[in-house]
Design a protein. Sequence first.
Length: 642
Amino acid sequence: MDVWCLVVGGRRDPFRMSIDTTEPVDQLKHAIRAHPEFGFPTRGLDLYLAIKDHSWLSAEDPDVVALSTPVEGDSVVASYVNADRKMKANKFLSTYFTGGKFPPFDAAERIHVVVVVSPPIRPREDESIVVDSKKAKLITEPRGKVDVALPSPKVFQYDLSTVPVGVLLDTSALSDALKSFGGFPRTLYVRHEMKVVWAILYDNYLVEPVQDVHYVLMGSPGVGKSALLVLFCCFLSQMHNFDIFLARHVICGAGTTSPDVVLCFRGPVVTGYPKIPRGLLPYIEFNLSESCMNTQRYLVVGDGYHQNSFITDGLNIFQSSDLLSTSGQYRLSSQDNRSLVLMSAWTRYDLGALYPTLPIDIFEAQYAYSGGNARDFCRQFSDLYERRMTTLQRLTPATMETLLGRYDDAPCQGMDTLTSLYVKDATDRSMYTRPSMWKAIVDSKFALTELVTKADLQVYVNALHLAENSMRGGTLHGIAFGAMLHKLAWLKQLELRGGGLVVSVADECQVMGHWASYGECIEFLKTNTRTHMYWYPAYATFPPIIDSILIVDGVVYYLKTTVAETHALEWGQLREIHEAVISNATNNHRFVYGVVTPVGMSCQIAPRGTPTTGVDMWEAWAGTSGRVQRELRSLRCLHLVG
C-alpha cells in the first residue's frame, strides 16, 4: 500500500511511503524518519489522519499548502492535529486504512498522513546525547534520572480489590518512595467510591483489555484521583509486569521543584525524573516505548493535566494516552475512544472514619467549610476559611453560572473549589461512567449560607435533590435542606401551616443573615430584632440548637431543620439565645420551638436538660407557593413537627 505523507511546516511536497497494512503505526514512523525526503532523521514525530469532510485530503486542496507552510493564527493545522486524528504507535495500519471507522482508502491524488515533527532539543548542561547502536540514531537522554525503589508486593498491599471498604491502609513505604515524584499520602482510606473506580479500571486493563477503552478519571479537587491513579500504575507494574510512562503535573509536591515529574515503569523496575523540563516529556516517552517488548502492556498515563493544554509542546503525547486524571472538564468527540469515570466527592461519614479522634466541634467546623473536599478538610481552619472567602468574593454574575452544576459548562478557574462532583447513586456502578448521572453541587454549608442572597434557586434545588436521592437522612441532606429554607425565606416564598394558622415570610418580613461570629449573632439579637424578621446565622459553627428565627405577628419561632429520625433538643444551648431575644422583644411576644423535617419524614424529639421557660412546642406544616412550588416538585410541603 502506498501512503502519502505531508510534513506540517516542512515547506516541501508530499512524499510516498510503501508499507504493508499489517505493520504497526510505529513502523511507519521509523520508515518516515529514514525517508530521504523527510529531512528530520533524529527528531520525534506524531502522525495524524489527513481527513477532511469525511474523505482523505485531496492533493489539490488549499489545506495542503496551509499545512506545509502554516501561518501564525491560521486554524487549518489545528483542524488536523487533534486527538481525534492521532494515530497510536501500537495500532496496526489496517485499523486506520481498512477499518470501518474511517473513510475507505483512496490512493488517487490523496494525502493520508499529516506528520508533526517535535521541536529540536539542543544538548544542555542537564542533557547528554547517546547513540542507539541498534537503530543508528540519536536520542536525547535527559540527565537526572534516578532509581525508584518501590516496596515489594510481598510487604505492600497494591491491589485494592482485596481490601474491604473502611480499611485505613498504611502507605508510608510508598509515600517515602514517591516523595520526590509528586508525593503519595502516608495513609489511604478505602471508601466505597474508590473501590468501584478501581474495579472499573481493573476490568478494563486486565480482564477485558481487547475493548481498548482509554479512561479519563474525573472528579473535583481533593477527592483522591491522583492517589488512586498512581497506586493503580504501581499495581500494574509490580504485579502484572506492565511498562508505563507516568507524567505528573505537580503544583506543590514535597521535594519537587518542577511542575512536571516522570516515572518510567519497566515492569517492576522503576526509574524517575524528579525535575524535568516539559519539552523533554515526548523524548522520555519515546525512549520507553522503543524499549517496550509487549505493546499490549504499555501505557501512557498523565496525572493532573488539562485537555486544553494537549496541543502545547511536550503535552501532545497525551492526545492519545491510555489513562488520565484531571479536575478540569474533558470533552469527548464522536471519534474519541476514551470513556470518563468519576471519583465521587467524600461523604461526611467517610471523613469521620478517616479522622475518628478529631473533636466533634473541630470536625463540624472543618466540614462546614470543606464539604466533600478531603484535601481542604485537612487544612488549617484559618487557611480553609480564607480560601473559601476569597473564592466567594471573586464570584461575578458570569462565574455564578458555573455553580448550577451542569457538567458541560465551560470550566471556571477556582470555582470548582465551591462545588463537588457526586454520582447520583453511589451503589450503581454503571453511573460512574455516565456523565449524565453526575452532579456538581455546592456542598459547603458555609458557601450555601453565604450565597443565599446571590445564587440562583437552582443551586439549592440541585444540592437538595442529589442529597435526597443518594444521601437521604445524611449530613449533606440536612445541610441542603436547611439552606433551602433560607433561600425560600429570602425569596419570600416560605409558609408555615398548622392548627388552622398560616404563617408566611411576607414582603414586609426582613431577611437577614450576615454575622461572622457567635458573639456578633448574640449582640444583634439583643438589640436589633424586628417585628417581622427571618434571621439566620451565617456563622457556620453556630450552636446547632436552631438554624433560623422567624418573628411574625407577635410570635418568635425558633426553627431547627433536620432530616434525622431523632433530634436531641439541648435546652441549655437555647438559653442564651432566648435571653438575648427576650431582652429586645416587644408586644408580649409568644415563643415557639419547632423542628422542620422534609415531607414524609418524622422526627422523635429527645429533650435534654431543663426546658426553657415560656417556649412552647408547635406542630405545623410548611409549604411554598407560586413559581417556587412549581419548581420544587419534591418539596411541595415541608413538615414542621414539635
